[in-house]
Design a protein around this ligand. Sequence first.
Ligand SMILES: [Zn+2]
Length: 189
Amino acid sequence: MPFIGHDTVNDKRVNILNYEDPRAIFKRGQIVCRYCKEELVIRGNSRISVPKIHFMHLSNECKGEYKHHPESPEHLFFKELLSRDLAKDLDEYSNARVELECPVDSIKRIIDVAFIFPNGWVVAHEVQLSAITPNELEERTNDYRKAGIDVTWWLGKQANTQKNRQWCYEKLGECHTIDYEKLVEHSAK
Ligand SMILES: [Zn+2]
């Protein structure tokens, strides 16, 4: 369930969150997936939905060669939240350009939220809510490292286990956890 699509009429990347009323702007069929070229349809409402309005593959599944993991509404919610708020909270990110769903061609992965610095550094923030093992975390982290990208993990729900937290502390020196229910409550205020 992406926020980003490709506008085939204007040949450009489109972030649906930048449009107040995307259904009035884009024609049916105008937006396709950047990876598999399938038509994307619009789901939700820009004002009242949690998660926010987003795109969906017509067949509900990306058939592109980039690695895809199922994304729940909660996953979408956190991606949007991190892309909006992290730079506000971290001074060091104030010069970086934030990119949601940023593809890394050399490893065929898509970063949830990437901070791209003017000097070429890229920091990835990955939201992980579905079950994952420390080995899988390590594999994905190593993939990003091969591409020269530093990763920060945000663990919630089934991914927020003692083993995974321990792995983060041991290998990365930090661990971030997220609580969906609390945040939705908070953001609804
Ligand atoms: Zn696709």
